[in-house]
Design a protein around this ligand. Structure first.
Ligand SMILES: *[C@@H]1O[C@H](CO)[C@@H](O)[C@H](O)[C@H]1NC(C)=O
Ligand SMILES: *[C@@H]1O[C@H](CO)[C@@H](O)[C@H](O)[C@H]1NC(C)=O
Ligand SMILES: *[C@@H]1O[C@H](CO)[C@@H](O)[C@H](O)[C@H]1NC(C)=O
Ligand SMILES: *[C@@H]1O[C@H](CO)[C@@H](O)[C@H](O)[C@H]1NC(C)=O
Ligand SMILES: *[C@@H]1O[C@H](CO)[C@@H](O)[C@H](O)[C@H]1NC(C)=O
Length: 295
């Protein structure tokens, strides 16, 4: 039986109609539909478009070991490029600065003896809130064998995207949350209609940035993670001038089509940015776990 939770998410994912043929630029459309889940377009494609299952099937064959020049629109290049988005969010994301992958312009993959596989990518990165884009070069190394661990990313030429000074807005938000009598809580960002109340947007943005820490850490050559929803958020008492939050987030892994739940404890302040204190994956569906007798 599907849990209510999953149904809600599917409602979110299917409830907003995206424009056709934009599988590659989900975030680009967040600005076009500011109230929708940024990945909605991509999700809608997966759930609603004829061509995507074909594409997925096609790609299952070329899939994992694609080497040499890559088709920029296919999964191997897209999956590696998505990691660049997460990397930028973990380093420079804020409630007023969110990075998205708009497009992969070219990509190349090669095995690196003993250490893993390296992707060289030319991507167009978007700063979602200011709606600015920049072409940048990136290298993503997925470690293998002895050198287990998260993907390593290097990126250049994206600095132009930091030009928009968000300091004053961040400071105002920080003071507001810090000074407020009550600690904030929220559920379902966005709700099942894809809507987020304007005063809850910063919380969604913070969740978006924080989830990139999980996605950066969890991504492999075989995954494509998107942030789907903040199930709930609880502000905790401020410590050492850092706002502190407990988030329950839902990620959508596009390859397995799984919705994955994570609990995240993190702090934020304008000078320190987002710092994740704890992240924990939760059993992915409380109401539909296999009964113990199926093994
Ligand atoms: C974002 O920028 C692009 C190109 O400059 C423009 O075509 C698009 O309409 C903008 N979107 C929004 C929501 O302003
Ligand atoms: C700068 O950022 C603010 C929000 O943080 C946004 O409203 C504005 O459009 C941005 N301007 C540019 C040029 O990116
Ligand atoms: C501040 O507190 C009031 C109620 O006490 C609440 O309505 C408002 O959303 C809070 N604002 C923030 C930013 O927490
Ligand atoms: C990232 O994932 C690795 C396992 O792949 C884990 O050992 C590590 O603790 C994670 N990092 C954080 C900050 O949780
Ligand atoms: C947050 O949402 C998750 C998933 O819907 C739920 O299991 C959990 O109990 C909620 N926590 C709070 C504090 O509302």
């Amino acid at each position: 039986m599907m849990s209510v939770r999953i149904i809600v998410v599917l409602a979110v994912l299917t409830g907003v109609t995206g424009s056709p043929n934009v599988m590659i630029k989900p975030e680009a459309d967040m600005s076009a539909h500011p109230n929708s889940v940024p990945e909605t377009v991509e999700e809608t494609e997966i759930f609603g478009q004829q061509n995507v299952p074909v594409l997925v099937g096609e790609e299952a064959e070329e899939d994992v070991m694609a080497t040499g020049e890559l088709n920029p629109n296919h999964y191997p290049a897209q999956r590696a490029a998505k990691v660049v988005q997460h990397y930028l969010n973990t380093r420079y994301g804020s409630p007023y600065r969110l990075f998205g992958l708009q497009r992969v312009n070219s990509g190349n993959a090669e095995d690196v003896a003993d250490s893993g596989r390296k992707y060289q990518l030319e991507v167009t990165v978007q700063e979602i809130i200011g709606n600015t884009t920049e072409k940048c070069s990136a290298e993503v190394l997925f470690p293998r064998g002895e050198r287990q661990g998260s993907a390593q990313v290097q990126a250049s030429s994206w600095e132009e995207l930091l030009k928009n000074d968000t300091e004053a807005q961040e400071e105002a938000l920080y003071q507001e949350y810090k000074m407020n009598q009550s600690l904030v809580t929220a559920q379902n960002l966005p709700d099942s209609y894809g809507h987020i109340e304007p005063d809850m947007k910063p919380l969604w943005h913070l969740g978006f940035v924080a989830s990139s820490f999980v996605m950066l850490n969890e991504s492999t050559e075989n995954t494509l993670y998107n942030m789907a929803q903040v199930a709930n958020v609880t502000q905790l008492p401020t410590e050492n001038d850092q706002l502190k939050f407990d988030y329950h987030i839902l990620l959508h892994e596009m390859v397995s089509q799984e919705i994955i739940h994570w609990k995240l404890l993190f702090t934020w302040s304008p000078p320190e940015g987002v710092k994740v204190l704890q992240m924990e994956q939760l059993p992915h569906c409380h109401h539909c776990e296999k009964p113990p007798n199926t093994n």
